[in-house]
Design a protein around this ligand. Structure first.
Ligand code: SDX
Length: 440
């Protein structure tokens, strides 16, 4: 399968007719292996002296990619061709990391070596401990991990030649391995508890749970049910095509910035409540609604154009069908609560009632607003004892491999160049400077 699109066998090209001059321009069409073809508009400005206009880039392909495929209408999500449902059920997170980074599922030897590489990069430089001490204990953990991840460049910058494939892979391993350690340090710091070092005899998710919840005063054995649920959550959050934070990472990376700075930029972008911050916003919203009898009041607000309130965890820029990740997480929420013996969790009951009402509501049906990945994830994380403020950090932990895989694909793309969108200028035309004494 060649990396680039192929000249379309179907449409072939589009003809752009400039009605001002009567001139016609042929625009080539490229087909991918799945999903919509693209019209190559790279020469439109040179030929027409006009930019194309697409705020939010909702109709624009910024690159070609072989990593993740989404069909928003059909509710399809595949990593390197594998349906997300199968990976969530049959694979594990580090295996999916290998798949996203290298394009194929690892064989046994490749898997063992990859897991070893990640395991032996989980520690952070001891001086990072002092970084945490500079933050207020009340700092939002996203502010902490954004700062600390960016600062990792200070420890590796002098041996980080992004043009060297070996150094790119080491940086990738370091980021995947160290994010859980940094995230758990942010959590421990907020509690005033000692940091917990990673252990090499635990799996990725067992290690994270232990770094989050163990204390020196007693032994801690990670709950295998929670570790498995967490592994599934990370798989479901691992990548999602050219979403806002991934596009941020690609744009930052297109300047040649180091991968730690690029991933920190992705973390910053993910933090927004319209993006990865939604899982935290969903829990806050469910707690604000409080009971099923208040659902109609909030549904009314969600539909009111004059009310900024939106039903968090609903709607998606691409999915106009049920987000396949939400479907898996919905099942997982029931499994985790059952395994933990949590009966009738009011927030899950409320979430399901909210979903039932929304899926029958004309406004939501017409606008194709379905639950997205953030709608159920918070209920599982809360059941694990993870505080709401850490929910978006959990999203960032899962997504780090996707950001890195997309960054690596961009760096290895021979056609890649620095990203530089243009604009339609609507500001003041040229005017002479007026000295202050002459201004009104
Ligand atoms: C993620 O891009 C990705 O792939 C992101 C992500 C990933 O994995 O990286 O999937 C992760 O970010 C999931 C989305 C999490 N965000 C939320 O749950 C926040 C609540 N949802 C929205 O803010 C909203 O749905 C967005 C931001 C997700 C999408 O915004 P759009 O593209 O503007 O939504 P739209 O064009 O589909 O909206 C169509 C209409 C609009 O009304 P009109 O202007 O047409 O009258 O539906 C309305 C919107 O106002 N609408 C909502 C709504 N979402 C859209 N109305 C009420 N509640 C909502 N949640």
């Amino acid at each position: 399968m060649n990396k680039k699109g192929t000249e379309s066998k179907g449409v072939g090209s589009f003809t752009l007719l400039d009605n001002r001059s009567g001139e016609k321009y042929e625009l080539p069409v490229f087909d991918g292996t799945d999903g919509p073809s693209v019209i190559d508009i790279r020469k439109v400005y040179a030929r027409t002296d006009c930019f194309t206009y697409d705020p939010g880039f909702t109709s624009t392909a910024s690159c070609y990619s072989q990593i993740t495929y989404i069909d928003g209408e059909a509710g399809i999500l595949r990593y390197r061709g594998y349906p997300i449902q199968e990976l969530a059920e049959k694979s594990d997170y580090l295996e999916v990391c290998y798949l996203l980074l290298h394009g194929e599922l690892p064989n046994a030897a490749e898997k063992e070596e990859f897991v070893h590489n990640i395991t032996y990069h989980t520690m952070v430089d001891e001086r990072i401990n002092f970084f945490l001490r500079g933050f207020p204990r009340s700092a939002h953990p996203m502010a902490v991990i954004c700062g600390v991840v960016s600062a990792l460049a200070a420890f590796y910058h002098d041996n980080l030649d992004i043009s060297d494939p070996k150094q790119r892979i080491i940086a990738s391993h370091r980021l995947i391995a160290k994010l859980p350690t940094i995230a758990s340090m942010a959590f421990k710091y907020s509690l005033g508890q000692p940091f917990v070092y990673p252990r090499n005899d635990l799996t990725y998710c067992e290690n994270f749970l232990r770094m989050m919840f163990s204390v020196p005063c007693e032994d801690y054995k990670p709950n295998p049910v929670l570790a498995r649920a967490l592994d599934k959550i990370f798989i479901l959050h691992a990548d999602h095509e050219q979403n806002a934070s991934t596009s941020t990472v690609r744009l930052a990376g297109s300047t040649g910035a180091n991968p730690f700075a690029c991933i920190a930029a992705g973390i910053a972008s993910l933090w927004g409540p319209a993006h990865g911050g939604a899982n935290e916003a969903v829990l806050n919203m469910l707690q604000e609604i409080g009971s099923k009898d208040r659902v109609p009041e909030f549904m009314k607000r969600a539909k009111d154009k004059d009310d900024p309130f939106r039903l968090m965890g609903f709607g998606h820029r691409v999915y106009k069908n049920y987000d396949p990740r939400a479907a898996v997480l919905r099942e997982s929420a029931h499994e985790v609560l059952d395994d933990l013996g949590v009966k009738d969790e009011p927030l899950l009951e409320l979430a399901m009632e909210l979903e039932r009402i929304a899926l029958e509501d004309d406004y939501f049906v017409k606008k194709k607003l379905f639950p997205n990945v953030d709608f159920y994830s918070g209920i599982i994380l809360k059941a694990m004892g993870i505080p709401t403020s850490m929910f978006t950090v959990m999203f960032a932990l899962g997504r780090t491999v996707g950001w890195i895989a997309q960054w690596k694909e961009m760096i290895e793309d021979p056609e890649q160049k620095i990203g530089r969108p243009r604009q339609l200028y609507t500001g003041a035309t040229e005017r002479a400077f007026v000295p202050v004494e002459k201004r009104k």
